[in-house]
Design a protein around this ligand. Sequence first.
Ligand SMILES: Nc1ncnc2c1ncn2[C@@H]1O[C@H](COP(=O)(O)OP(=O)(O)OP(=O)(O)O)[C@@H](O)[C@H]1O
Length: 253
Amino acid sequence: MSLLQLEQVTRRFGGLVAVNQVSFKVEVGEIFGLIGPNGAGKTTLFNLITGLQPLSGGEICFQGDRLDRQRPDQIAQRGIARTFQNLRLFNQLSVFENVLVARHRQARTSLWDELIGSSRATRQSRGDRRRVQELLELLELSDQADQPAASLAYGDRRRLEIARALALEPQLLLLDEPAAGLNPREKQDLSDRIRAIREQFQLTVVLIEHHVPLVMGLCDRIAVLDFGQLIALGDPATVRQDPAVIEAYLGDE
Ligand SMILES: Nc1ncnc2c1ncn2[C@@H]1O[C@H](COP(=O)(O)OP(=O)(O)OP(=O)(O)O)[C@@H](O)[C@H]1O
């Protein structure tokens, strides 16, 4: 069974069809790229998968179960986490706290446990703090753990968003333009890091990215959208040579 399956997924905004009958599957352990020109419908597709917007038609299944009637929090609980194109950090909180808050969102203890300081809550909280430290080490943010998120350099903020998403212990990680605004060295570094994260957490990753060399070098398979439609799907070498892709997107690189 595929991890994620989209079947004829459609989203309309008034007369505009932002996502038009898109079908594809993402397999367990893949790094799957979603590319296409500006306005092609990539972020809308992420919003549909994560329940931020309702579908106008079609179905989305995760591990065989329908996702498209569930709320965003239920979808997150099922094991899907995402980052946003425009970073959504708590700027005044420290780097450590930003990740800890995300961790609490999936806490298994009740508010009552926390209030009475039950041993279960204490154990959970100790475990959470340890996990946050591990994630900060993994994303090379430990030295800035006590700094407010707002004070971080841009590339560090992008990595903090990934740490927050990983704190939810997802099975599927959706990254919306993770390399936007990074310099070439940071882009390469990010690419290596995404691969390492996939191995370490046995994750499946879907990423939206405009930087074609990064997508081609990193992804196992790539789906190409243009005006809401899926125009190509396959491994990087196949997609790179597809005439429709060259015309719609790669041609103007
Ligand atoms: N909430 C909305 N209301 C109306 N139109 C929208 C809304 N969200 C997106 N659209 C439109 O849907 C189309 C697809 O937008 P979307 O942001 O998904 O594209 P994208 O491929 O992610 O683009 P980019 O690469 O620029 O981020 C665009 O024409 C956009 O203007």
